[in-house]
Design a protein around this ligand. Structure first.
Ligand SMILES: *[C@@H]1O[C@H](CO)[C@@H](O)[C@H](O)[C@H]1NC(C)=O
Ligand SMILES: *[C@@H]1O[C@H](CO)[C@@H](O)[C@H](O)[C@H]1NC(C)=O
Ligand SMILES: *[C@@H]1O[C@H](CO)[C@@H](O)[C@H](O)[C@H]1NC(C)=O
Ligand SMILES: *[C@@H]1O[C@H](CO)[C@@H](O)[C@H](O)[C@H]1NC(C)=O
Ligand SMILES: *[C@@H]1O[C@H](CO)[C@@H](O)[C@H](O)[C@H]1NC(C)=O
Length: 627
């Protein structure tokens, strides 16, 4: 019976059974707890002096590895998505009405023409726009327009202003002449310039920062009449941009949660003692384990249900104030619970040396192949990441060591003899999957090339700069974007916000492993396990991802007493795994070149601004086009 020929629910069942079989046969995942990388306390780590610790397990084999299943499903899903895109304007309007229960906004025909003229592949997948704008249908249009203009007086919000068919960026708070407008507002302006003449007079408030901004208390969403006071306070003019010790993101976030959720029931979760922060059984990091592959990234993860997990994400410690009133703020990304309106990041749209693959900064032109690109066969099999020790703020201080980047660098540079369970094919390239326990120190040495390149914010690290340098690998050499292309595996991790390097990583000939708590405009357009490998926020499964695609490391084979341990590197590599990894790298590149183009971002923004224009119009309930 062919897996792909099964109906969806049967496929799900087969998949589930396969997973169960793997888990029971291997019998290795029950109740095992290791001292984790996010437990910096090394006394928890039991060290062994033996060079290799031999496993006594009987090496039961696994019938099917879940990764080919995940890849197979991803491909089917994606093929289905592509094949059902509307082919005519008429179909697109019908699809629109079916999805959203209303007719498309005025200007939709011209948008369709734009999409046709520019070979935009995604023609129906704009649910993100509908989702982001939905809360604003609850606000009367005149109030929405008022708030859009007033938002220009909030800290770190610029306005992109359309007047008589001409768009301009202004910073009402600091420099009304527009001279001090953020790069994000300028980025949005350059997109909207493409169709400014098609828009009515409007104000688009653009978030000047990487972090999401809008967190509305749950009570205020339920009883909008409570909003007035908060609105007046926001506009009183004396709001500082940062917290200054008065509140923090997590406190604001908690209030967005339903009263019945654990996040609301905690007395004051940010003051929880450090021993409770280590209660991994309820944390985001504990949610996954070494052979538990993420189906997608973590944009919908519920921090309301899992309040402890917030300690593992820097954005909850950002110094910048969030906004508790529903202003229409356009932001490049949002985590679950935020009500920002997503737009493409200026890092993706602009062309720069630091963020654009193939950019030639001398001749100011884009090349199809980056001058530092490396042939696949010559790329290293190591997992590569470089970045600064950023990723949050210090509100409240003292939690930096838990942030997403710090956890990853520490995990990858850990030199302990803690065992990790590695599942691999033995002999290499076969489908006879066995497992063994391998000390972390060997794995890290063999497969990890991960380091900070820049010390940022060391004062806030518990123990200061000395502890920061002691606990993490630092590579003083620095890194250029092009240095990444020497490696098959590129890890992409959030910084202060979403990662602006993602599109360049995708476009390279390397495969991207992405961990993020953010959702961006392209969410519906891209398929995890086809265009990139989604990573859980704990990253614990990364060793088994590597073992699947690249084969077991020498020490893994040695510990498992495998006769393959003596083989040279080229013979130990998994042929099928490497082919599959390369396929992901190619699919990512293909995606970037066909769906992640600047014109695709324009198509997204074009459709978004048409919706926003209707939403802001007094007769929004009757406006629209039909056939
Ligand atoms: C690692 O696994 C081996 C074999 O299962 C075991 O003997 C050893 O004690 C483990 N090491 C640690 C540090 O737990
Ligand atoms: C807001 O509305 C709720 C329910 O309609 C009502 O019970 C409450 O008294 C109102 N509050 C204010 C401040 O007007
Ligand atoms: C840790 O989490 C478990 C499961 O949610 C809970 O039962 C336990 O009380 C927690 N322990 C602490 C110290 O918070
Ligand atoms: C989050 O949920 C939305 C709505 O169900 C879905 O379209 C989207 O793909 C999900 N995103 C992630 C990252 O899981
Ligand atoms: C490897 O061989 C040693 C010695 O013969 C044995 O004790 C150990 O259990 C074996 N390990 C595995 C994983 O088969």
């Amino acid at each position: 019976m062919l897996y792909e020929s099964l109906p969806g629910h049967k496929r799900g069942l087969v998949f589930f059974i396969a997973i169960c079989v793997i888990f029971t046969q291997a019998g290795i995942w029950a109740g095992r707890k290791r001292a984790q990388d996010n437990f910096p306390d090394q006394s928890l780590v039991q060290k062994s002096k033996l060079p290799f610790v031999k496993s006594e397990d009987t090496r039961p084999s696994i019938k099917e590895h879940p990764i080919p299943q995940l890849m197979g499903e991803a491909e089917v899903n994606y093929r289905n998505l592509l094949s059902r895109q509307s082919k005519t304007l008429k179909e697109a309007i019908a699809e629109y009405k079916k999805r959203y229960g209303r007719v498309p906004p005025p200007g939709f025909e011209e948008w369709w023409q734009f999409v046709e003229d520019n070979d935009v592949i995604m023609r129906d997948e704009y649910d993100a726009i509908n989702e982001d704008l939905a809360p604003f249908w609850e606000i009367p249009p005149q109030e929405l327009r008022k708030r859009a203009t007033l938002a220009g007086h909030l800290p770190a919000v610029d306005l992109v202003r359309v007047r008589d068919g001409v768009a301009k960026a202004v910073n009402l708070r600091d420099s009304p002449d527009g001279s001090e407008v953020s790069a994000r507002a300028r980025g949005f302006l350059s997109i909207i310039k493409r169709f400014e003449d098609k828009l009515p007079n409007l104000d688009f408030p653009i978030n000047a920062m990487a972090e999401g901004r809008i967190l509305i208390p749950w009570e205020h969403r339920k009883y909008p009449n409570l909003t007035e006071g908060a609105l007046r306070q926001q506009l009183s003019g004396d709001q500082p941009p940062d917290w200054r010790g008065e509140g923090n993101v997590w406190e604001a976030y908690r209030r967005t949660c339903d009263l019945s959720t654990p996040a609301r029931r905690l007395y004051s979760s940010f003051r929880a003692s450090s021993s409770t922060t280590r209660n991994r059984s309820s944390s985001l990091v504990a949610a996954s384990d070494e052979f538990d592959f993420a189906v997608t990234t973590s944009g919908n993860y519920s921090f309301c249900q899992n309040p402890w997990a917030h300690y593992n994400q820097g954005h909850f410690f950002s110094d910048w104030r969030t906004i508790p009133v529903l202003f229409p703020i356009f932001s490049p990304a949002k985590a679950s619970g935020y009500l920002d309106i997503r737009i493409p990041s200026h890092y993706y749209y602009a062309q720069t040396k630091r963020y654009t693959y193939g950019w030639d900064p001398v001749n100011l032109e884009l090349r199809p192949i980056d001058h530092m690109e490396t042939p696949w066969e010559m790329k290293s099999d190591q997992i590569f990441w470089r970045g600064a020790s950023t990723g949050g703020g210090s509100s409240p201080p003292g939690f930096t060591n838990q942030y997403q980047r710090h956890r990853f660098v520490r995990m990858a540079s850990e030199e302990s003899y803690n065992n990790r369970t590695v599942v691999f094919a033995d002999p290499p390239s076969s489908t006879n999957y066995v497992h063994t326990h391998v000390p972390t120190v060997y794995l890290n040495e063999e497969i990890m090339d991960v380091a900070f390149v820049k010390v940022v914010d060391s004062l806030n690290y518990p123990g200061g700069i000395r502890a920061l340098l002691r606990d993490h690998r630092f590579d003083d050499g620095g890194v250029n974007l092009g240095d990444h292309w020497k490696h098959k595996y590129l890890v992409d991790i959030d910084g202060h916000g979403y990662s602006g390097r993602f599109f360049s990583f995708l476009e390279s000939d390397s495969a991207v492993l992405k961990a993020t708590v953010y959702r961006e405009f392209f969410e519906q357009w891209m398929q995890p396990w086809l265009h990139y490998i989604p990573l859980s926020p704990s990253y614990q499964e990364i060793y088994n991802i590597h073992a699947f695609f690249s084969g077991a490391t020498r020490s893994t084979l040695f510990i498992a007493n495998s006769t393959s341990a003596a083989l040279p590197r080229s013979k130990r590599r998994s042929i099928d795994g490497d082919r599959r990894l390369r396929r992901i790298a190619r699919a990512g590149k293909q995606w970037k070149r066909t769906m992640g183009r600047r014109v695709d971002m324009e198509a997204y923004v074009y459709r978004l601004v048409l919706e926003y224009a209707r939403l802001s119009s007094d007769d929004r309930d009757t406006l629209g086009i039909d056939v």
